[in-house]
Write a protein that binds this ligand. Structure first.
Ligand code: PEP
Ligand code: MN
Length: 334
């Protein structure tokens, strides 16, 4: 971190700053030029509140050289992280498709979808039991019963299960869940992230609707700082001025995150677009852009789905998509 000081800096204030930095473990290196004076900070500057320094009278500007995330940073961990989900690996060249309904509706619905996505090669089944809905009057999920049905489908098919948590108090229900999803709306629920950091479960962390990549990585950092390194990032579209689609898929997030972090990166083309006919082209684009996997909504009867039918693929369409993704994988820029 580099602090550019104002001209004619008050000596006492400068000393106070240097001493305060020392107290939090940061060494400073002062360099006086003909026209400006610079303070170079040496040490783990992720602990420094950049806004606090910017607000000081003697400071002109502050530039971060090192990103404020450490655990998730590729600079400190050059090799790709491979998240092992009970033998199903993702990251470091291992590509996975997670497929299933937006929400668990019934045993018949879930088991039928689970069997068909398994036939198409998926190794992980998604399904929401706790649903974050915009309206409090919309279907909120089957909750505990939804998790029980997911466990039944897991037993029947051997698929690993992925489902969303909305409150840390529900954690005991997630004991046999293979991957805990943190949805877009909870990406910055820091208390929840801290609790998940104390588990050893793989966490699928979705990017918030209006969050930057740096904020996504800081949220991953929250989980990792607690000791849980099993984090999978998910680009699921962000809010823009475009209204044709539900969100706008930020495909540049894939190669950019690849540079910034060693964590696996997957893409959710279903929530990114809200339109089933766009899921195929965006899945292919994401695969070629270097994603480590996809999460796709599949429903046996999209027209009657209780949630997100418009963006759900039929099992037949998913089967065709899975084949195309498989064929295009050798062309990935990963
Ligand atoms: C979901 O995956 O079911 C979901 C609600 O997605 P998001 O959090 O990305 O909106
Ligand atoms: Mn959904």
């Amino acid at each position: 971190m580099i602090v550019l000081l104002k001209n004619n800096t008050d000596k006492e204030q400068l000393e106070n700053l240097i001493n305060w930095l020392k107290d939090i473990g940061i060494e400073s290196h002062l360099s006086k030029g003909a026209h400006s004076t610079i303070l170079g900070l040496i040490g783990d500057t992720s602990v420094v509140d950049i806004d606090l320094i910017k607000a000081l009278d003697i400071v002109q500007s502050v530039t971060r050289i090192q990103e404020p995330f450490k655990n998730a940073n590729r600079k400190f961990h050059p090799d790709d992280t491979v998240v092992d989900i009970g033998g199903v690996k993702i990251g470091g060249g291992n590509f996975q498709i997670i497929a299933g309904p937006c929400s668990v509706e019934s045993e018949e619905q879930l088991c039928s979808i689970a069997q068909s996505v398994k036939k198409s090669g998926a190794k992980l089944l998604r399904g929401g039991a706790f649903k974050p809905r915009t309206s409090p009057y919309s279907f909120q999920g089957l909750r505990e019963e939804g998790i029980e049905l997911l466990l039944k489908a897991k037993k029947m098919t051997g698929l690993k299960i992925v489902t969303e948590i909305m409150d840390a108090s529900h954690l005991p229900l997630f004991e046999d869940v293979d991957v805990i999803q943190v949805g877009a709306r909870n990406m910055q629920n820091f208390e929840l992230l801290k609790d998940l950091g104390m588990t050893n479960k793989p966490i699928l962390l979705k990017r918030g609707l209006a969050n930057t990549l740096s904020e996504l990585l800081m949220s991953a950092e929250y989980i990792m700082a607690g000791g849980n390194q099993n984090v999978i990032l998910c680009e699921r579209g962000i809010r823009t001025f475009e209204t044709y689609t539900r969100n706008t898929l930020d495909i540049s997030a894939v190669p950019l995150l690849r540079e910034l972090t060693h964590l696996p990166i997957i893409v959710d083309p279903s929530h990114a677009t809200g339109l089933s006919r766009l899921v195929k082209p965006l899945s292919l684009a994401s695969t070629v852009a270097g994603a480590d996997g996809l999460i796709i909504e599949v429903h046996n009867d999209p027209a009657h789905a209780l949630c997100d039918g418009a963006q759900s693929l039929t099992p037949e369409a998913f089967d065709e998509l899975a084949k195309m993704v498989h064929n295009i994988q050798p062309f990935s820029c990963r």
